[in-house]
Design a protein around this ligand. Structure first.
Ligand SMILES: Nc1ncnc2c1ncn2[C@@H]1O[C@H](COP(=O)(O)OP(=O)(O)O)[C@@H](O)[C@H]1O
Ligand SMILES: [Mg+2]
Length: 367
């Protein structure tokens, strides 16, 4: 059964460390996402697993077997590339059944599996079409169907939905997951789209600059981000810089710009320590009124954006910091630009991080 274990793997291209001492365990039949901004090493890691390139250091195990020296064709992986790689001279049917046929499954079994896969990707009515007669989205669906049919137990997908328009993308991502689950495959799905990763993955590894920052279920990453970058990349967050001023019995006090005092539940930080507070826009509460106690800050609505489900308010706080709050558009009354509000940051919804050594801006950058 295909579980994948990566131990201390490093891959360099000249001076660039594309994958930097990565360790990772993908379980059998898991739908796993590698998520991170462009250039963080996702494709390189996938190609290492596929065997298309070799690590400079470290070991890769598939099914408990060391595969560092095993060629790609003997690793039992199906690869779906960012750009579709179909045979241009073959129609959809021949492209999809190529894998099963060359594997010697026999016509009947090959046909059954291919029909099923093509139905799953909604292309069962285009069996005779050639790649140049299909849209980009359709070609990619053929590529997915072909990988599913190739008999691989480990499916590696490199931004498989990247070329598709939003509607097709949203539909197809659930389809791919369902197919992988139905067929009992292990899938490693590379994407830079956090919403996509959240929607379909059992677990996600968030990557940045060749390293894995955090691995967890979508819920874990969203509710308990362990890094500033993760808090910002999975969902959205407001960041406020400050210093720990007081340690009390059940909470601590952080002072942010303008001497504003914020109570935090976290007590792992020492007095005087420089910290970053993070609060999600959806847990940033805005009310009409004036600040009277800790965690309430006066502000003024500077901008308002209607986003469909939510209204997004950009608020200038009295200390000049900026903060974003979102409220459901249908169930909450809309507030006006220019309106004076009080922003409430509930203590148990605040994440606290040590101030990053290279500064907050650098820590958040997706470069
Ligand atoms: N064949 C290569 N030769 C030189 N540099 C490469 C090569 N492949 C990737 N890189 C570099 O390695 C880093 C990671 O690239 P990649 O794995 O493609 O990132 P991602 O897929 O996350 O966008 C980038 O800086 C990229 O320019
Ligand atoms: Mg890539």
């Amino acid at each position: 059964m295909p579980e994948v274990e990566i131990r201390n793997v490093t891959k360099r291209f000249g001076d660039i460390i594309a994958v930097d001492n990565v360790s990772l365990h993908v379980h059998d039949r898991e739908y796993f996402a590698l998520l991170g901004p462009s250039g963080c090493g996702k494709t390189t890691l996938l190609r290492l697993i596929a065997g298309l390139i070799k690590p400079d250091e470290g070991e890769i195990y598939i099914d408990g077997k060391l595969v560092n020296d095993v060629p790609p064709e003997d690793r039992g992986v199906g690869f779906v590339f960012q750009t579709f790689a179909l045979f241009p001279h073959m129609n959809v049917w021949d492209n999809v059944t190529y894998g099963p046929r060359v594997k010697g499954w026999g016509e009947e079994k090959a046909a059954r599996i291919a029909h099923e896969a093509l139905e799953m990707v909604l292309l069962h009515e285009r069996l005779d079409a050639y790649p140049n007669e299909l849209s980009g989205g359709m070609m990619q669906r053929v590529a997915v169907a072909r990988a599913l049919c190739a008999g691989a137990k480990l499916l590696l997908l490199d931004e498989p939905l990247g070329q598709l328009d939003a509607k097709v993308r949203n539909q197809l991502r659930y389809e791919i997951r369902r197919m992988a689950k139905d067929l009992g495959l292990t899938a490693i799905h590379v994407t830079h789209d956090q919403a996509e990763a959240m929607a379909i993955s059992d677990r996600i590894a968030v990557m940045r600059k060749g390293k894995i920052l955090q691995v967890g279920t979508p819920q874990e990453l969203y509710i308990k981000p362990k890094h500033i970058f993760v808090a910002n990349f999975i969902g959205e967050a407001n960041f406020l810089e400050g210093y720990v001023k007081e340690i009390k019995k059940n909470h601590s006090i952080v002072e942010i710009r303008g001497g504003i005092r914020i109570k935090i539940a976290d007590k792992t930080f020492k007095r005087g320590e420089r910290v970053v507070l993070a609060v999600r826009p959806e847990t940033t509460i805005i009310e009409i009124g004036k600040a009277r106690e800790n965690n309430y800050i006066n502000g003024k609505i500077e901008r308002l954006r209607f986003e469909g489900t939510n209204v997004r308010y950009e608020i200038r706080l009295e200390n000049e910091d900026e903060i974003v709050a979102i409220r459901p558009s249908m169930t909450e009354e809309w507030l006006d630009v220019g309106e004076k509000v009080v922003v409430h940051l509930p203590m148990n919804k605040i994440y606290v991080f040590p101030y990053p050594s290279k500064g907050l801006r650098e820590e958040l950058s997706v470069e």
